[in-house]
Design a protein around this ligand. Structure first.
Ligand code: ATP
Ligand code: MG
Length: 333
């Protein structure tokens, strides 16, 4: 079917302050499709452009280039009314539940305000009912224990649930969740992911799940997109991408993830630092850190090539062309 939210060839350049026209090439040529009831993970290191994509999809800032489609129609907003209509359908959840809730407002105030903005003014029993339903939906039970609480009376996990309830007040079709668990205690992270899982199943919401933890993408997301330095380098079924990564970057990322015994393979760190996005590497942006890079990788940007059923990788190693060295055999080993 038609994706609920689609991005085509998204690009975002930020001017460098005092940089005499220099720009940060934060996001280049990103295509993305999210369906209702689907969880899509966006995975990458710090600075790879994940939050920039979320903010572009939320239309909190304009893209330098590219298109946004909602149910197949152009969705780029011009003006406040169009923005408000868009936000009703595409809601964002932020990383820091401490910063995202106003400390002087009770849960009741925060949720009532969101209900008023998105659904119109409710009063009396209708308002109480809506508040109860929202709190129940995010498993803050019994609701009367939480509805008059201030943020400082709640734990990080409870605050994130309130932030999710505030988003749900809009009855959105899409949730953009930018590292929703990374600031929470490890012990409560799974509870939040399970809550989001429940929402996508019961409310048929499409969720973009942003994380630098590829292991959580495997657990939580149907599909995974891996980003490196502003570009998508690999896409596919989450299980396949994490179990059998095709792009050399994803392979290093998977190997660099902390293993359950706490022993860390520093495969990626050992291969140098992430590149500057003001003067990104030519060709494949990963080539300076890639164990398999050949000349072609230094000069030409690899397109996302098909590397299996519904899988793509932007690596010349998978190009079947007589005039190019095939790295496929090296990468497979
Ligand atoms: P993290 O995992 O640390 O959250 P990220 O993948 O979300 O990283 P972004 O925040 O999207 O990365 O940043 C991508 C690049 O764009 C970085 O180099 C960042 O410094 C730059 N950037 C982001 N926002 C701005 C801005 N408003 N002005 C200038 N540069 C920016
Ligand atoms: Mg970020």
């Amino acid at each position: 079917g038609t994706p609920v939210l689609e991005a085509q060839a998204l690009r975002k350049y930020f001017p460098v302050r005092g940089g005499r026209g220099a720009v940060v090439h934060a996001v280049e040529d990103v295509d993305l499709r999210l369906h209702r009831g689907e969880v899509l993970a966006l995975v990458g290191e710090s600075g790879s452009g994940k939050s920039t994509i979320a903010r572009l999809l939320a239309q909190l800032m304009p893209a330098t280039e590219g298109r946004l489609l909602l149910h197949g129609s152009d969705a780029t907003v011009r003006g406040r009314r169009a923005f408000r209509r868009y936000v009703r359908r595409v809601q964002m959840i932020f990383q820091d539940p401490f910063a995202s809730l106003n400390p002087v407002h009770t849960v009741r105030y925060t949720l009532s305000r969101s209900l008023r903005i998105h659904r119109g003014r409710l009063r009396g029993p209708a308002l109480e009912q809506a508040l109860t339903e929202l709190l129940d939906r995010v498993q803050l039970r019994p609701p009367e224990r939480y509805v008059d609480a201030f943020p400082h009376e709640l734990s990080g996990g409870q605050r994130q649930r309130v932030a999710i309830a505030r988003a749900l007040a809009a009855e959105p079709e899409v949730l953009l969740a930018d590292e929703p668990i990374s600031m929470l205690d490890v012990s409560i992270r799974l509870g939040i992911l399970n809550l989001l899982q429940d929402l996508r199943t019961r409310l048929d919401i499409g969720i973009l799940y942003i994380t630098h933890d590829i292991a959580s993408a495997r657990y939580f997301a149907d599909r995974t997109m891996v980003m490196y330095a502003g570009r998508v380098v690999e896409t596919g079924d989450s299980e396949a991408v994490t179990q059998d990564p095709k792009h050399p970057y994803t392979q290093l990322l998977v190997r660099s993830a902390p293993d359950p015994d706490g022993m860390e393979d520093r495969a990626l760190g050992a291969r140098g630092e992430a590149p500057s996005l003001v003067t990104p590497p030519s060709g494949c942006r990963f080539h300076p850190r890639c164990p398999f890079a050949v000349d072609l990788c230094r000069t030409e940007v690899p397109p996302l090539l098909e590397v299996g059923a519904a899988r793509t990788a932007a690596c010349w190693g998978y190009a079947e062309r007589a005039d190019r060295p095939s790295l496929g055999s090296i990468l497979e080993t």
